[in-house]
Design a protein around this ligand. Structure first.
Ligand code: P6P
Length: 334
């Protein structure tokens, strides 16, 4: 049983034996993410003070302006995981293709691949709104010791061995799962230590918060329009409250604590939605299900979707189980 105020390091050691692949490699991987999170947190917290805000002048594979902090966070996470010789491959929202690590060293036995959104919600950076890092971990499916291949990354989300996020908000938290529940750790910046502040996080089965960009309403499928009107009706515990930060990690985190639903549907302007399956929806869906929540594209469980390409998008509905099921009902009946 996890104990509040345990440090992340103590928690990892205590729970390592409960993880079926107890090689210690995954523990070292979580520790490397912890280190990178602290380094990125330091830069995020002083972004307003130094000239680190502002686009680098390039655009990433998503066609989005690359903010300097995007680039910084991407480099830090990749460097930290590479230097510690833990993973054999990395895919990132900021990288056009996946990165094969130690492929020259035929002796390496690294068996994990990591997919990462190094700084999600980065358009919020220069308006001082919280942003986050999202990560997803799989065991490779190609032979250990050989260069990774695309199929190591295009695995269904139900094969993830770990997933989590860092939210750089009023406090910095690392929230993750290795398939045995979800635990949240808060950083004490004075000493650079993460402490277990939110053991065994669970979505309430019901909630009264819905998170969607209603500016896209006219472009939504009819089922989503009908669900939004349902949320706004005067009946029972409704109307719900609309809360949308524009940062998936922050909206997800609040909804997991208070109860709620996040929706990024497809639309006439985003035919597959906006969010990326591999390094946004899959890790958040794994966390949601581990926290008694639910995640689908409106019809299919996110974790059962077979990926076909690294940066593919999917419609995303995630949060309190009963709220997601009600939204799915509206999608079916539209
Ligand atoms: P929109 C950030 O770019 C992001 O990927 C999520 O973090 C966020 O929920 C969503 O996109 C915001 O998108 O189109 O509503 O601004």
């Amino acid at each position: 049983m996890s104990k509040k105020n345990q440090t992340l390091g103590e928690f990892i050691i205590e729970n390592q034996s409960s993880f079926k692949y107890t090689s210690g490699e995954l523990s070292r991987l979580i520790n490397s993410i912890r280190l990178a999170a602290k380094v990125v947190n330091h830069e995020v917290n002083k972004a307003g003070l130094v000239d680190i805000i502002g686009a680098v002048g390039e655009t990433n594979v998503q066609g989005e302006d690359q903010q300097k902090l995007d680039v910084y966070a991407n480099n830090k996470f990749i460097q930290t995981m590479t230097k510690r010789n833990i993973v054999c491959g990395i895919a990132s929202e900021e990288e056009d293709d996946f990165i094969s690590i130690n492929s020259q060293d035929e002796n390496h036995q690294n068996k994990y691949v990591v997919l990462i959104d190094p700084l999600d919600g980065s358009s919020n950076i220069d308006v001082n709104v919280s942003v986050g890092t999202i990560f997803s971990v799989f065991r490779r499916v190609t032979p250990v010791g050989t260069p990774v291949k695309i199929e190591d990354f295009l695995q269904k989300g139900n094969q993830q061995v770990a997933a989590g996020y860092v939210v750089y908000g009023t406090s910095t938290m690392l929230v993750y799962t290795t398939g045995d529940g979800v635990n949240g750790f808060t950083l004490n910046p004075a000493i650079g230590t993460f402490y277990l502040s939110h053991p065994d996080m669970q979505f309430p089965e019901n909630g009264q918060i819905y998170s969607v960009n209603e500016g896209n309403y006219i472009h939504f499928p009819q089922g989503i329009k009908n669900y939004i009107k349902y949320c706004q009706q005067e009946e029972g515990d409704r109307p719900y409250t609309s809360r949308y930060i524009g940062s998936l990690v922050s909206d997800f985190h609040r909804n997991m604590i208070k109860g709620g639903i996040y929706l990024y549907p497809k639309s006439s302007t985003n035919s597959e939605g906006k969010l990326r399956l591999l390094y946004e929806c899959n890790p958040m869906a794994f966390l949601a299900e581990q926290a008694n929540g639910k995640a689908s594209d409106g019809f299919t469980r996110i974790l059962d979707i077979q990926p076909t390409e690294l940066h593919q998008r999917v419609p995303f509905i995630c949060g309190s189980k009963n709220m997601v099921e009600k939204a799915e009902e509206f999608m079916r009946n539209a």
